[in-house]
Design a protein around this ligand. Structure first.
Ligand SMILES: Cc1ncc(COP(=O)(O)OP(=O)(O)O)c(N)n1
Ligand SMILES: Cc1ncsc1CCOP(=O)(O)O
Ligand SMILES: [Mg+2]
Length: 207
């Protein structure tokens, strides 16, 4: 029995006329620990509109709603937290702004970055990319042994990301990932996002 859970990230762009319904059906299809809103190209006003539309859908289902890249906006808009990369501003300031809300930090494949994030007060550290991904031009790779190392030494949860699918995720679960973060495995699933959530949960349980 694993404690690993699914961490869902939105597609890179969404249509607010149709996406809320798709999201609700995906979240109702199985266990999702959190949803990260990641719209890299969206102007700030569109981002605010997306937060207003999607945050209640996640939070009403007890799915934590995290915002990518912007801790200040996350704190202003009732998000449950933010995910920041190494280039996404001052992590210590973000920690202060977010108070008790969740702060996750990208650590690529680096033990050093992960220990820094832990000392700074991150609520989770994220390692990746574990596999080739079409969602992002990922400049860094990680190997499963970093999950084993981290989880054997630290209590802070670790997230695995990058090209993860139902077919390839088992070694990451067995290596100690607390969460598997995915975009394509759910939103590009041939039978639709709800089927993607079901497939990921079945793969996590069977790992
Ligand atoms: C859970 C999770 N892990 C890593 C990332 C990547 O964050 P970052 O390195 O800042 O890259 P962008 O997502 O901003 O392109 C993430 N978003 N979520
Ligand atoms: C945001 C991000 N950071 C590293 S890989 C990645 C993309 C994850 O998307 P997918 O699950 O489709 O590979
Ligand atoms: Mg970022």
């Amino acid at each position: 029995m694993t404690d690993c859970r699914l961490y869902l990230i939105t597609p890179p762009s969404i249509d607010l006329a149709t996406f809320p319904d798709l999201l609700a059906r995906a979240l109702d299809a199985g266990d999702v620990a959190c949803l990260q809103l990641r719209l890299k190209e969206a102007p700030r006003d569109d981002l605010r509109r997306a937060i207003d539309a999607l945050r209640p859908i996640a939070q009403s289902r007890e799915v934590a709603f995290l915002l990518n890249d912007d801790a200040e906006l996350a704190a202003q808009t009732g998000c449950d937290g933010a995910h920041l990369g190494q280039e996404d501003g001052d992590h210590a300031r973000a920690r202060t702004l977010l108070r008790d809300a969740t702060l996750g930090i990208t650590c690529h494949g680096s033990r050093h970055l992960a220990m820094d994030a832990g000392e700074m007060g991150a609520d989770y550290v994220a390692f990746g990319a574990f596999f080739p991904t079409a969602t992002k031009d990922a400049q860094h790779r990680a190997e499963p042994d970093i999950l084993e190392w981290w989880s054997s030494l630290f209590e802070i949860p670790c997230v695995a990301i990058g090209g993860i699918t139902a077919e390839n995720c088992a070694p990451l679960v067995r290596a100690g990932a607390d969460f598997l973060a995915v975009v394509g495995a759910v939103w590009n699933h041939p039978d639709g996002p709800a089927a993607g959530v079901r497939a990921m949960n079945a793969a996590i349980s069977g790992a």
